[in-house]
Design a protein around this ligand. Structure first.
Ligand SMILES: NC(=O)c1ccc[n+]([C@@H]2O[C@H](COP(=O)([O-])OP(=O)(O)OC[C@H]3O[C@@H](n4cnc5c(N)ncnc54)[C@H](OP(=O)(O)O)[C@@H]3O)[C@@H](O)[C@H]2O)c1
Length: 356
């Protein structure tokens, strides 16, 4: 089997590792990773590999890590009851050719990986959904599902929380890294609501793209935050850039109603501008925590049904602008990974990869 490994102390260093396909113990299944998507979200898993335990999902040899991906896998062999060889699954995968799971709660809908090393990690990442029973699944949109489904799920929950907290219509929602897929999906969801005002903050080079999406009221480059009216506003921070955060907090000051820390696309600028911030302290938004809350409120299937209902129109809309870049084999995965890491991928594009 092959693994794409990243050096944990230097995310720019990566290599291929080859080893024999593991033997199965009773209760385990061997999954063959068919394909996965790669965006800044995966880079963030690497940036927070230690602090948020992302390296622990798919352990690797000392000093190296396997960055988690979202994609499709097939059951190649199974010693687990209720899990059939040949089943195609959507879920959280290593950038590898194969990996071993210990299925529990196996049913027509799929299973949960009960591997002991994952027990303490957030449960939202443990489910493997059989495509045949999945309300999100359409065979001809696999690429978009891999790339956008986890991000859309987050964006659905951001929109839901802003509405739940009464913030969606209390002044503009200012979203940083507006060209990122997560920000676009959040803006798409918010746009469906009446009386929402959306401001997209982005790099000058990506401003035209964001404007072209036609879902924001205003698109403002990071350097022109001062040009915004000073009024009650909510900040949805997907860039995680210290200087941008300081500029937004300084501009709105006490008028800032809420500062939601969602992402870190500007992963090398996290510490920039670190100083005491005017306005409210940023509140970390972690999608798996909100999943737990809404699963309690609506039931897990109630949540899934709502997200799936919102997903299909979004998915159709992205077909108008999103271009997927396919790649196969180590060299292609490495090149795509480094392009994403260095911010060299155009916002209208995204990588869909396979290691074998
Ligand atoms: N909290 C949660 O639960 C949660 C869940 C899902 C995702 N997220 C986070 O949301 C963020 C967005 O992920 P995504 O996959 O949607 O991103 P993406 O589509 O890959 O974002 C690409 C955009 O990010 C900015 N960017 C990317 N790399 C950069 C670099 N090296 N230097 C400067 N700018 C860079 C650029 O936007 P601009 O020019 O517009 O800045 C670029 O157009 C990630 O940090 C992810 O972890 C958080």
């Amino acid at each position: 089997m092959t693994d794409f490994l990243v050096k944990r102390s230097d995310l720019r260093e990566c290599r291929l590792s080859e080893s024999p396909v593991p033997e199965l113990e009773p209760g385990q299944a061997l999954l063959r990773v068919a394909t996965f998507g790669l965006t800044s979200n995966n880079v963030t898993y690497g940036v927070f590999g230690d602090t948020m335990s992302y390296w622990d999902f798919f352990p690797a040899e000392d000093g190296w890590g396997r960055i988690p991906m979202w994609g499709f896998a097939e059951v190649e062999r199974s010693e687990a009851e209720g899990v059939e060889a040949g089943t195609r699954l959507y879920g959280y995968l290593p950038p590898s050719s194969h990996f071993v799971v210990t299925p529990v709660k196996a049913a027509a809908a799929g299973f949960v990986d009960g591997s002991p090393h994952r027990a303490e990690l957030p449960s939202a990442y443990h489910r493997y959904l059989a495509t045949e029973a999945d309300p999100f699944y359409k065979a001809d949109t696999e690429a978009i599902q891999m790339l956008l489904r986890p991000l859309f799920f987050t964006s659905f929950l951001i929109d839901d929380q802003l509405d739940d907290d009464g913030l969606a219509t209390r002044g503009p929602i200012v979203i940083s890294s507006a060209s990122s897929k997560t920000a676009i999906a959040a803006a798409f969801m918010l746009r469906q609501r009446e009386d929402v005002e959306l401001v997209g903050l982005t790099s000058p080079r990506n401003a035209e793209f964001v404007e072209g999406l036609g879902i924001h009221d205003r698109v403002v480059p990071y350097g022109a935050i001062d040009s915004l009216e000073r009024e009650p506003a909510t900040f949805v921070d997907i860039a995680g850039d210290g200087e941008v955060r300081l500029a937004v907090h300084s501009h709105y000051g006490d008028e800032l109603l809420h500062s939601m820390a969602v992402g870190m696309t500007h992963w090398e600028e996290l510490g920039a501008g670190v100083t005491e911030l005017p306005g409210p302290s940023p509140a970390i938004f972690f999608a798996p925590t909100r999943v737990v809350k809404r699963s309690e409120d609506w039931g897990r299937s109630g949540l899934e049904t709502r997200v799936a209902g919102a997903w299909h129109p979004f998915c159709e809309w992205t077909e108008g602008w999103l271009e997927t870049i396919p790649g196969q084999g180590f060299e292609a995965v490495q090149a795509a990974y480094l392009d994403v890491l260095e911010g060299r991928v155009e916002p209208k594009s995204a990588h869909v990869l396979s290691l074998q």
